[in-house]
Design a protein around this ligand. Structure first.
Ligand code: IMP
Length: 196
């Protein structure tokens, strides 16, 4: 069975193909099918945005589609940047610009607690849907450390490991990350659905 991954990110395709390959599912990107589906992320939760993307791509492709949506929620910023994580500070900022802006807005703020969230949604042409979520708790560092990963990784500290995501190997991060947890929660649900 073919499943379309509602992303333009080849990194996510690689990560998801590796995990879903074990279920005998072939993961393809919209571009492999000649589709470009730009979905506006207008939901106010990660789960809502993941479902918007999954349903739009499923409708366009006529095939089951999986989407994920994720971001960083900082307690001292009332849960922000949250669903705006990728757009925080405006389109001219890159990853480094975004985490620098975050550190600047947290200057002198003693409450550093934060978490990453990831939501996965799968939509089938018959209207069925599956969802899964994952969360990783941590804290915002006072300065960036490590150059691994992407996005806010260098400023997201996991206290039990005394390391930022930016200092972890892919395997270390995957074992405790929001996306790793969401994917591990999603796989048995998909497997059970496919057996039906
Ligand atoms: P999206 O899920 O592709 O919409 O991305 C949401 C944004 O949240 C990304 O652009 C990153 O800025 C941030 N983000 C999500 N997951 C991670 C992560 O594992 N590490 C660092 N930043 C992340």
């Amino acid at each position: 069975m073919k499943l379309v991954l509602a992303t333009h990110n080849p990194g996510k395709l690689k990560e998801m193909s590796a995990i879903l390959g074990g279920l005998g599912v072939e993961v393809v990107m919209p571009s492999d099918l000649g589709l470009t589906v730009d979905v506006e992320e207008t939901g106010d939760t990660f789960a809502a945005n993941a479902m918007l993307k999954a349903k739009a791509v499923c409708a366009a492709a006529g095939l089951p589609a999986i989407a994920d949506d994720s971001g960083l929620c900082v307690d001292a910023l009332n849960g922000g940047p949250g669903v705006y994580s990728a757009r925080y500070g405006g389109p001219e900022l890159d990853d480094r610009g975004r985490y620098t802006l975050l550190l600047n807005s947290m200057r002198g703020v003693p409450t550093r607690s934060a978490h990453f969230e990831s939501a996965i949604a799968c939509a089938f042409p018959n209207g069925d849907t599956l969802t899964a979520e994952g969360r990783c708790d941590g804290a915002i560092a006072f300065a960036p450390i490590g150059d691994g990963g992407f996005g806010y990784d260098p400023v997201f500290l996991v206290p039990e490991k005394a390391k930022t995501f930016g200092q972890m190997t892919e395997e270390e991060k995957d074992a405790l990350s929001h996306r790793g947890k969401a994917l591990r929660a999603f796989v048995p649900k998909l497997a059970a659905y496919l057996k039906k």
